[in-house]
Design a protein around this ligand. Structure first.
Ligand code: FES
Length: 103
């Protein structure tokens, strides 16, 4: 079953559209795209880079290390060298905080 873990207020995403949070000991990247919230694991599947340090372009997050991209809605790899999906998590807004659903 999913447990919902409280993370950041939506205002934390205002500046870059992406921010890092910790949920159950895992670093996650939270994103806002057209007013909808998404979350993935923060660690790039290609190398030791933090996706929350990357550049959000629409629904794509560009990794800061080699500029590969993932779709933040699904975690699917889009541009090389990313080829392995990054884990994605459901997000809901509750009591003024973004909650990430974790197994
Ligand atoms: Fe992310 Fe290489 S570490 S694209």
């Amino acid at each position: 079953t999913l447990s919902w873990v409280a993370t950041l207020p939506p205002s934390a995403l205002e500046e870059h559209g992406v921010a890092k949070a910790s949920a159950n000991g895992l670093n996650v990247a939270l994103y806002v795209v057209d007013g909808e919230y998404f979350a993935t694991a923060d660690l790039c599947t290609h190398g030791a880079a933090s996706l929350s340090d990357g550049f959000l372009d629409g629904e794509l997050i560009e990794c800061p290390l080699h500029q590969g991209t993932f779709n933040v809605k699904t975690g699917a790899p889009v541009d090389a060298p990313c080829s392995v999906a990054v884990r994605s998590f459901p997000v809901k807004l509750q009591d003024g905080l973004l909650h990430v659903g974790m197994e």
